[in-house]
Design a protein around this ligand. Sequence first.
Ligand code: SAM
Length: 273
Amino acid sequence: MLVEWFKHLTTPCPAPYKAMGYLKELISMEVRQKRCREAWAPHFRECRDLIDKATEGIGHHKVTVLGSGLLLDFSLDLLADTFDKVVLVDILHLPVVQKRVRAFANVELFTNDHTGVAEATWDHVQQGRTGALPSAPPSHLADTGPCGDSDLVVSANLLTQLPLMPLGLLLEKAPTYPEDEAKAFARRIVEDHLHFLSALPSRVCLLTETQRVIFGGPKGDEMIEEIDPLFGVSIPASGRKWVWNIAPRPEINPHIDLRYRMTGIIDLKAATE
Ligand SMILES: C[S@@+](CC[C@H](N)C(=O)[O-])C[C@H]1O[C@@H](n2cnc3c(N)ncnc32)[C@H](O)[C@@H]1O
């Protein structure tokens, strides 16, 4: 706890992102992935296997990973061996990631708020504005950045994370927004990412959770609640399915387990046709 607090205090991060919780979330994921190593291993195996398959039958000039985070759900070594160039995109790259990447001559970090609304939402709330919530400027949505000339783009467990911090900020600091409006805002962020991916010329591999399920009962098999992290947006029904045992008890508390239903699509365009 003290180590996490110290890291949060000392890690460089733009103030709005720090206040919104992006840094805290990454630091706590670093700790959780160690604590839950065994429970998370099958999830990482699925992700890595799907990404491996997505590299087949395409050019190997460049791969871009969106939501590269802590480099957990893909093998950086494999991507750096397979592609001439690897670009890792995230809103924040922790020092531990920056250090790891330095060992590779062909891996680059690209820092970008993929939603285009994180800072605008912060400003909106800080200034106590009411009225229409920020939406990503068309120029942001059209800017393919490092994805434009990639052979493969991987959206690596990013889709459902995108609305979390902006929505959390709204719910906490601007609770007067009707729930419908806040949810529509979150939904738009999810839709924007899917539109962005579908407009890319390259192969796109999508890894995402599609449902969060809370289980209780002595054996952990009594469903208590289902939560839709896509806010009603649908993704192609095909693809590989598995369960990510993200918070086995006592991670949240001694009585419940949180599991994510996952989908992995090797080629989003082919799955959409
Ligand atoms: C569940 S983690 C993905 C795990 C990651 N692929 C890994 O292997 O460690 C979600 C990632 O999305 C990033 N993220 C969240 N919101 C973002 C945004 N608006 N723009 C870019 N990245 C964002 C987070 O910083 C985090 O690294």
